[in-house]
Design a protein around this ligand. Structure first.
Ligand code: TRP
Length: 446
């Protein structure tokens, strides 16, 4: 496998693509609804702890494994441990990436519907309650959600065919900064609402009596999901980094910016939730009901909502591209498939499962597995189980099996470094133990 791997061209390109992978629906759609259901402040405290103690170390582990092996998740494990069984972690990652791509595309499809609605004037007037009705009608409608899911996956395909570097780097460079600015503007607007105080209270005044095993596992799942870790996305991207890329800096910047965007999104949503007299625990529909209600109160509402949903759509694309690349890099490197074929295969499978997820808000709504809809099941199983399982093994591998010199070389150019020591310590002890304890308490053993 000596073919030359494409590399990201600039420093900004590296940051923008990893941040582009991390920042997406996870921050703006999933974080607010998970925090709302998890009771607000207490959820956020646990979330931040997971980011610091597990998240950043696991990003570093993925970066180290990816860049030093220059391979996809499956190939990386086989490269370092040809005889071991570690590459099975790769299968978990590939399964998770396809499952996430499927339900993620449904939500990304919703953003396309909302772009369409904004342009055609459908979001100009209304209240949170009326937008709730509008969302329900749309999502129960079967055909439209289905069509948008497929449309989104085809957009994903178009970019993936061109390869990561040409396809993603330029788009991320431009769009990510614009998204940040827009979020800050909306944040200021929300802070001026009459019940802003209640929203902030809900978010930042933790009530620790609300911390249940369910909240903790939800916060851990959200952290893995939001940082794009546990299934080899960051590993695959790091295999395209050059030797000059500073992994420490990239890992920290990615985690900090990703967390910042999630908090911004929550600060946009919750003051509005309380000002509109809505409940914070509304599940996946939350931001699609609250955001239009916020925009409709602004002067020139359609302009804001078009701009916002277009950026959200692009942020989703930069994320789905990164997760698709996990299985595509696997098919190309290990199965010797052409890029074209691999991309189509990935898209085809995601269209099939994506359709099931899209319809689970409509005609498949009664199909329940463990009490969850198909969409809910895909979401729960990937974030709360598969990603942490992947993270567990990635931590163990990087902490205990991988040669310490490789770890230090990648993270600190072989010099003595407190940061590298700390990351390795977290990967050896803190992260695996924490993940295990959280799992055990969830199933009631602890
Ligand atoms: N982190 C992205 C988001 O927040 C989604 C994502 C991209 C992802 N790649 C991933 C999630 C890999 C888990 C694993 O929207």
């Amino acid at each position: 496998m000596s073919q030359k791997r494409l590399q990201f061209t600039t420093k900004l390109g590296v940051i923008a693509t990893t941040v582009g992978s991390a920042v997406g629906l996870g921050n703006i759609w999933r974080f607010p609804y998970e925090a709302g259901e998890g009771g607000g402040g207490a959820f956020i405290v646990v979330y931040l702890l997971v980011i610091a103690l597990i998240g950043i170390p696991v990003i570093c582990a993925e970066f180290v494994l990816g860049r030093s092996s220059r391979r996809n998740i499956f190939g990386a494990f086989r490269h370092f441990s040809p005889k071991g069984k570690w590459h099975y972690v790769g299968y978990v990652g590939i399964l998770a990436s396809i499952m996430i791509l499927s339900f993620y595309s449904v939500v990304a499809g919703w953003t396309m519907e909302y772009i369409y609605q904004s342009v055609s004037g459908g979001l100009d007037y209304g209240t949170a309650a009326s937008f709730q009705g509008q969302f329900d009608e749309f999502s129960h409608g079967n055909w439209r959600p289905l069509m948008w899911t497929v449309a989104f996956l085809l957009c994903n395909l178009l970019i993936l065919r061109r390869g990561v570097q040409k396809g993603v780097e330029k788009m991320s460079n431009i769009m990510m900064p614009i998204l940040f600015v827009l979020l800050v503007v909306f944040c200021v607007n929300s802070l001026m609402m009459d019940k802003a105080g209640e929203g902030l209270q809900f978010l930042f005044n933790p009530d620790f009596s609300k911390v249940t095993p369910q909240v903790v596992i939800g916060a851990m799942g959200q952290a893995f999901f939001s940082l794009s870790i546990g299934l080899g996305t960051m590993m695959t991207y790091a295999s395209y980094f050059s030797k000059k890329t500073d992994l420490r800096l990239s890992a920290t910047i990615t985690a900090v910016l990703d967390t910042f965007v999630a908090i911004l999104a929550a600060v946009i949503i919750f003051p509005a939730v309380f000002s509109f007299g809505e409940s914070p625990a509304q599940g996946p529909a939350l931001v699609f009901e609250i955001l239009p209600a916020i925009f409709s109160q602004l002067p020139g509402s359609a302009v804001w909502s078009v701009l916002f949903f277009v950026l959200l759509f692009i942020a989703s694309l930069t994320s789905t591209i990164s997760m698709s690349e996990v299985s595509i890099a696997f098919l190309i490197d290990e199965k010797k498939m052409s890029r074209e074929k691999a991309t189509w295969l990935n898209t085809g499978i995601a269209i099939f499962f994506g359709a099931l997820c899209a319809l689970s808000f409509g005609c498949l709504g009664d199909v329940k597995i463990f009490g969850l809809t198909i969409f809910g099941l895909f979401d729960y199983v990937t974030s709360n189980i598969l990603l942490p399982v992947g993270g567990f093994f990635i931590s163990l591998y990087a902490g205990w099996v991988l040669d310490k010199r490789i770890f230090n070389r990648e993270l600190a150019d072989g010099r003595r470094s407190f940061f590298a020591w700390l990351m390795r310590f977290c990967l050896r002890w803190v992260a695996p133990a924490a993940i295990l304890i959280i799992f055990l308490s969830q199933i009631g053993v602890l």
